[in-house]
Design a protein. Structure first.
Lengths: 255, 300
């Protein structure tokens, strides 16, 4: 397990890349140097009335320059605050947090839905194997160019404006995509469909879950999910998404 | 400069401790905080058997605070004694174990199990608003507060802290009841029962519908209650409720608290406890306070 750091980061670049979707590069002291794909950071608001950090997945790293990129959606007042900052502004962050995806050489299928797409970029960059990436969007697409460079890329849009009309599962079926391992991040209904698909086709599947978090480091027990077996740490059938996850073998957790 | 404070014969290196439930059993935060610098670590509530807690979502942010309904998930006393206590013993800090239960017997069982363990004090949680049985059910009625305090004291070898609920008409009534029952120390306040509604989903923000409000939003209520209780009983008080900075902590101390707990602020800043300690030192320097005792209850 890598070390966690709590530090002041400097915004190198921020831009809106789709409607309500922002891309932000942060210069860190140490955090970016040892990130695994699928890990996340807690970003603290500068506005003091917002007490809880926002957990945001790491989209990409530039380890040489100790920088990391987050791509996030403005979902409330905290992310709205972040979206207003410009290069040179600072944000307190903690990380890298969580376990991240396990890397293997198996033929891989990376599935991202909506704001679950960003962590797939760092994963695709780190994986050294045959990669197929399926990204599902509501309408407007983002991160397409970067993802294309790192694997065979398929798109699904709900309105059918780009790629397969429908969701990621429709794109997988339409293109007859086969794999030995699945990595997925996205809305819960999508992850449920991925889990069912993986069980049906007997494919190893890793899913990244989300839940409302407070501490981000496994102390407060806010962000638990139900697990199939009794968890060693909690001594009940609950796993801590922030610490034991966010990535779980699909069969080990209920969601 | 002397920052030492004494609670029921237990001397703390400084008056700053963690609020139960916000710091686990210290292990997760030990990556950021040298636990030996804290006056005490107050653990998350532990029961006689493992508890699974409530459904998610368990927390929601509110302006200047948060509401939570974790539901006292805990691994049970066996795992706590085997794993968490040995970890905490490695540090030069006092260990305060928060005890929860559904029945008086549950509380007594945990207290008895801890009697010969390396624990400095026990904090009895009779004020959790998020569990159906136990918790606040004991803490809102002065008669039951006195009764459970008496029962727990029969089994306790360590000083007993009774943690009081603010969800009462007059907190001095339950404070006096705990004193009459033989409590050694009082801690207050636990969270205030609250609710948040998600207007977009038109549903409750928490699966439990209600949750305990904590954070800076509750601080003025907490300071007022600490002051009232300090006037009403002779017991030492651990004050808490929205402490983020040393200034906040000093308000509680001036109102009558001998020690303070930092809770929700740990989520906003993992080193909040250390910042509070340093800030108190700076305040004492600035006003040439040689001994922190001079500040306790100084505002009458």
């Amino acid at each position: 397990m890598s070390d966690k750091f709590h530090e002041e980061s400097i915004i190198i670049k921020q831009e809106q890349i789709a409607n309500g979707i922002y891309s932000m590069w942060l210069k860190t002291e140490q955090i970016a140097s040892d990130v695994r794909p699928g890990q996340f950071i807690s970003i603290y608001c500068n506005e003091g009335s917002r007490m809880l950090p926002r957990p945001i997945s790491i989209c990409e790293t530039d380890k040489e320059n100790n920088a990391l990129r987050v791509v996030y959606r403005v979902a409330g007042k905290g992310t709205e605050e972040f979206s207003k900052y410009k290069s040179g502004n600072t944000l307190r962050i903690m990380g890298p947090l969580g376990n991240g995806f396990p890397i293997s050489k198996k033929k891989a299928l990376l599935i991202g839905g909506g704001i679950g797409i960003p962590p797939m970029l760092e994963l695709a960059k780190e994986l050294d194997c045959e990669k197929q990436i399926v990204a599902g969007y509501k309408d407007e697409i983002f991160l397409q160019e970067e993802l294309k460079l790192n694997g065979k890329f398929y798109v699904a849009t709900e309105d059918g404006s780009v790629g397969t009309r429908g969701n990621v599962m429709d794109a997988i079926k339409a293109n007859g995509i086969k794999a030995e391992v699945i990595y997925a991040c996205g809305p819960t209904p999508m992850l449920r469909a991925v889990k069912a698909f993986a069980i049906e086709n007997e494919i190893e599947a890793w899913v990244s879950l989300e839940e409302k978090m407070a501490c981000g480091i496994g102390a407060c027990l806010a962000c638990v999910c139900k697990s199939k077996d009794k968890d060693e740490h909690t001594n009940v059938k609950n796993k801590r998404i922030c610490k034991d996850g966010p990535v779980f073998l699909a069969g080990e957790v209920e969601f | 400069m002397n920052m030492k404070v004494c609670l029921a014969g237990i001397e703390l290196n400084n008056p700053v401790m963690t609020a139960s439930g916000t710091f686990g059993s210290g292990e997760e935060y030990s990556e950021f905080v040298d636990l030996s610098k804290l006056g005490a670590v107050v653990t998350k509530g532990v029961a006689n058997i493992p508890w699974s807690g409530n459904e998610t979502p368990r927390i929601a942010e509110t302006c200047g605070g948060m509401i939570n309904a974790i539901g006292l998930q805990n691994p049970g006393i066996d795992v706590f004694i085997k794993r968490d206590l040995p970890f905490l013993k490695k540090y030069d800090t006092k260990i305060i174990v928060n005890v929860c239960g559904k029945t008086t017997q549950d509380y007594c069982e945990v207290v008895e199990r801890l009697a010969n363990e390396p624990v400095d004090m026990l904090e009895i949680n009779i004020s959790c608003p998020n569990v159906k049985e136990g918790g606040i059910a004991f803490g809102q009625n002065p008669c039951s507060v006195e009764a459970i305090t008496k029962e727990v004291k029969k089994y306790a070898k360590q000083p007993i802290i009774m943690k009081l609920s603010p969800n009462v008409t007059d907190i001095t009534e339950t404070a006096k009841a705990a004193e009459a029952g033989g409590a050694d120390v009082l801690s207050l306040i636990n969270t205030l029962t609250g609710m948040k509604i998600d207007i977009h989903r038109r549903s409750f923000a928490l699966a439990n519908k209600t949750g305990g409000l904590s954070g800076p939003a509750v601080k003025p209520v907490a300071v007022r209650m600490v002051y009232q209780v300090a006037q009403a009983v002779k017991l030492p008080i651990i004050g808490m409720g929205g402490i983020v900075s040393a200034e906040d902590a000093i308000e509680f101390i001036l109102a009558g608290a001998s020690a303070v707990s930092v809770g929700t602020a740990n989520f906003t800043n993992p080193t909040a406890t250390l910042d509070v300690i340093e800030g108190i030192k700076a305040y004492m320097n600035r006003y040439q306070v040689a001994n922190i005792q001079e500040l306790i209850g100084a505002v009458k």
